[in-house]
Design a protein around this ligand. Structure first.
Ligand code: PRP
Length: 216
């Protein structure tokens, strides 16, 4: 049996995370890229990797089904999972922003009208608008939120921007930045103590691969 089970977020961060672990000497077999298997051991047999939706990584880690996990800071901010966060891994840099059509940037938020905002981040979105005293109707989608303003579903969106291409190609501009995000290592609180040797080895290995310049 493997020493530790690690949850990786499928999608945007998956390839970079696999490459990061490889640099740390933890080699996830290439099969991970090709196959549909959702649980694979690394070459040493010390680590089992599970591949799950980004928002589920903190859930698996909180419940101890995974001892550790890698997901974006944005996902952690949205989650209420109680996990330990020992490392900012520095890769997968992106921004969580409010965006809308160019004309909505000039007009700003109308404090008298309810802002309709489409997002995969309902909790962060509700907090953001509440803090500004702007009434908000949060429309929860699970992807392709950049379509919403064009189709009149919402005036604004809250979403991640990496290269900015998705916003640009869908006629949207950034109105405000909520936060920056990078990939984080998170750890189950009990595993952190009960499996301390294996955990210390994992954290030390990964730490050596974090580049001096964050996000590079
Ligand atoms: C993410 C994010 C944006 C896009 C930003 O979507 O939600 O849509 O990437 O990247 P860019 O600034 O480089 O264009 P993802 O690929 O996860 O797909 P989704 O539509 O399912 O959210």
């Amino acid at each position: 049996m493997a020493d530790l089970t690690i949850a990786l977020a499928k999608g945007r961060l998956q390839d970079e995370a696999i490459e990061f672990f490889r640099r740390a000497g933890i080699v996830v077999p290439d099969e991970a890229r090709r196959s549909r298997r959702l649980l694979l051991d690394d070459e040493s047999g010390r680590y089992s990797f599970i591949f799950v939706k980004p928002a589920d990584v903190p859930v698996y880690v909180e419940y101890g089904v995974a001892d550790a996990g890698v997901c974006g800071r944005d996902v952690l901010m949205e989650s209420d999972a109680d996990v330990h966060e020992p490392l900012d891994l520095g890769f997968g840099r992106c921004r969580l922003v409010v965006a809308g059509k160019p004309e909505s940037e000039e007009r700003g938020y109308n404090p008298l009208a309810t802002a309709r905002v489409a997002t995969k981040f309902p909790r962060i979105t509700a907090d953001y608008f509440q803090q500004r005293g702007v009434p908000v109707e949060v429309i929860v989608l699970s992807g392709s939120v950049e379509l919403a303003p064009a189709l009149g579903l919402s005036e604004h969106i809250v979403d991640l921007v990496e290269t900015g291409r998705t916003l640009r190609e869908n006629g949207l501009v950034v109105i405000d930045e909520i936060t920056e995000s990078t990939a984080r290592l998170i750890v189950n609180r009990a595993s952190y103590h009960l499996k301390r040797d294996a955990m210390a080895r994992l954290i030390a290995n990964l730490r050596t691969c974090i580049s001096e310049k964050p996000g590079q």
